[in-house]
Write a protein that binds this ligand. Sequence first.
Ligand SMILES: *[C@@H]1O[C@H](CO)[C@@H](O)[C@H](O)[C@H]1NC(C)=O
Ligand SMILES: *[C@@H]1O[C@H](CO)[C@@H](O)[C@H](O)[C@H]1NC(C)=O
Ligand SMILES: *[C@@H]1O[C@H](CO)[C@@H](O)[C@H](O)[C@H]1NC(C)=O
Length: 329
Amino acid sequence: MHVVWDLSVILQTYIICTSSAQPITSKLDESWWAYKDVVQGSFVPVPSFWGLVNSAWNLCAIGKRQSPIDIETSHMIFDPYLTPLRLNTGGRKMGGTMYNTGKHVSLRPDKAHLVNISGGPLGYSYRLEEVRLHFGSEDSQGSEHLLNGQGFPGEVQLIHYNQDLYANYSEAVRNPHGIAVVSIFIKLSENSNAFLNRMLNRDTITRINYKHDAFLLMGLNIADLYPDTIRYITYEGSITIPPCYETSTWILINKPVYVTQMQMHSLRLLSQNEPYKIFMSMSDNTRPTQPLLQRCIRTNINFSKQGRDCPNNRALRPQYRGNTKDGHQ
Ligand SMILES: *[C@@H]1O[C@H](CO)[C@@H](O)[C@H](O)[C@H]1NC(C)=O
Ligand SMILES: *[C@@H]1O[C@H](CO)[C@@H](O)[C@H](O)[C@H]1NC(C)=O
Ligand SMILES: *[C@@H]1O[C@H](CO)[C@@H](O)[C@H](O)[C@H]1NC(C)=O
């Protein structure tokens, strides 16, 4: 439908239509949101409406530290005190279950395998909760973060919660310093990243074609997912899905990972729906970028000029050239 939604009318209609059947609160549940308009069928709020349909989600509309953002490299501040990120796997491989959630490809490590990160901008130890994939219908889009206005075919997000302060993800996500997300851009190449290859080879990815499909993977080494660099960019932001809590430290790795064109194609063939419903590609599962406002983007990339007048030293002209295949050391 190519109309401008009048939300109050829609919600009124919605309440009238459903009030006899069930209370509206049961529909305003945590999964009642979407990235894109559905062609046919009932109204589901797209990103510009997330903050309006549910008062518990109002940060999505009025928050001032939201994610994702467009990383403008000219706004980055070199911070010589940023140490390398530390990944602790205990030297063990992990098992995990890969899901089609209807919105993302999601890999959840099983509880027996603890993987945590610390160091870098993090003051605490954070345990890996989920590996989540965002990707586009075209090669020029699909990442949530942009680099100087440029999108990438996809973005891997490794979502961790603060295990020093909180008992679990759900408690951490709504509290200060709760979440740390390591984000890695996905680009296309002849060869794919070893970890992503385990998830995205044809035999595996086709097991989760439809919503709620799940598939168990064993012997995964999360270290394989990390590109070979200690360079990153970091800022304070939010989770990128409702309720948009502003509790996330973002760490964007300064090198991409690669998947093949075929694997990207397989991702685009995943459906947001159950098998008995109409096929709707999961691709373009991205929230639009949000304003940076008064925040700093810090980096441990030494581009020689140091800026201390955070947040926006517009005179800085770093040598940073973004994610190129050859990368940086
Ligand atoms: C982080 O993971 C390592 C390796 O599994 C483990 O030895 C360490 O105790 C963990 N740290 C915390 C705070 O749980
Ligand atoms: C998370 O931890 C809190 C506080 O300990 C607890 O009340 C809650 O039930 C836990 N939630 C889950 C999903 O385990
Ligand atoms: C950053 O690079 C400049 C120029 O190469 C160098 O003089 C400076 O010592 C470096 N700073 C740090 C903290 O590495």
